[in-house]
Design a protein around this ligand. Structure first.
Ligand code: SAH
Length: 226
C-alpha cells in the first residue's frame, strides 16, 4: 500500500480558508457517493484555493468547476474525487500519467497520495503556474509542455492514465501506454454529451470498458500554446 499522505504538514494550513468550509465540501462529496477514505482525506487536506485566482478563492470549496484563464477550468471536486477513486481501485497503482495539467489540482491530489505522477499540458502559461504550486506544496512530480495526445511513452507504461479534457473517442496512442492491469479514465463525447469512461487493460490482454458518469469537460485540443 502506498497511500500515505506525502503532503508537508505546513501546506495544509496555507491560506485563510477555514477548515469548516473544507469539511463541508468533503461531506458533500460523501453524499454524492464518494466512498474512498484516502480520496476524501487528501481532498480535505490539500488546499484547492491555491490552485485558482485569489479573486475566486472564496468559491474554492464549492463543488463546481472554476475558470483558470485561457478558457480552461479547474475540474469540479466531485469529478476529481471520482477519477482518483478509479485510479485507487487498481490493485497496486504506482505510476500515473495525466493529460491536461491545467491548474495542477488533480495532479497534486495524485502526488499527495504517494503516486509517481507525470502530467502533460499544452498551454505553457498554465503549466508554469501549476509547477509553482507543486513547489510551494513540496510535491515532486514530472511535467512537460506538449500535446498530450501522444502521451509520454519514455516513462510508460502506466498503471493509470487520466485525461482531463474531452475527445470524441479514446486516443489509441494513450491506450498503448497502459501497463497490464492498467486503466485509462477519460471523458468521451462532444460538448453537452460527455461520459466519463474507464477502460481497463486486463492482465490477460482483454479490454473492458465501463461508463462511470455523465460529465462536462473542456475539449482536448491539438498542438501547443505558449
Ligand atoms: N486537471 C486539470 C483540469 C484542467 S482543464 C485541473 O485539475 O485543473 C483541461 C486542461 O487540458 C486544460 O488546461 C487544457 O489546456 C488541457 N489540454 C487540452 N488539450 C490538451 C492536449 N492535447 N494536451 C495537453 N493538455 C491539453
Amino acid at each position: 500500500m502506498i497511500r500515505s499522505l506525502r503532503l508537508q504538514p505546513e501546506a495544509a494550513g496555507l491560506g485563510m480558508t477555514s477548515q469548516r468550509v473544507r469539511d463541508r465540501l468533503i461531506e458533500r462529496l460523501r453524499e454524492a457517493g464518494i466512498v474512498d477514505e484516502d480520496v476524501l482525506n487528501v481532498m480535505r487536506v490539500l488546499p484547492r484555493h491555491l490552485f485558482i485566482d485569489e479573486a475566486l478563492a472564496s468559491r474554492a470549496y464549492e463543488d463546481n468547476a472554476l475558470p483558470i484563464g485561457h478558457g480552461q477550468t479547474i475540474s469540479q471536486p466531485w469529478v476529481v474525487a471520482r477519477m482518483t477513486e478509479a485510479v485507487l481501485r487498481h490493485d497496486d497503482p504506482r505510476k500515473v500519467l495525466e493529460i491536461g495539467t491545467g491548474s495542477g489540482y488533480q495532479a497534486a491530489i495524485l502526488a499527495a497520495l504517494g503516486l509517481e505522477v507525470y502530467t502533460v499540458e499544452r498551454i505553457g502559461d498554465l503549466l508554469r503556474q501549476a509547477r509553482k504550486r507543486f513547489r510551494q506544496l513540496g510535491l515532486s512530480l514530472r511535467s512537460k509542455h506538449d500535446d498530450g495526445r501522444i502521451g509520454w511513452p519514455e516513462h510508460g507504461p502506466y498503471d493509470a492514465i487520466l485525461i482531463t479534457a474531452a475527445a470524441p473517442a479514446l486516443v489509441d496512442a494513450l491506450i498503448d501506454q497502459l501497463a497490464p492491469g492498467g486503466r485509462l479514465i477519460a471523458p468521451v463525447g462532444s460538448a453537452g454529451e460527455q461520459t466519463l469512461v474507464q477502460l481497463v487493460h486486463a492482465a490477460d490482454g482483454g479490454i473492458e470498458q465501463t461508463a462511470l458518469a455523465p460529465v462536462v469537460f473542456v475539449p482536448l485540443l491539438a498542438g501547443t500554446l505558449d
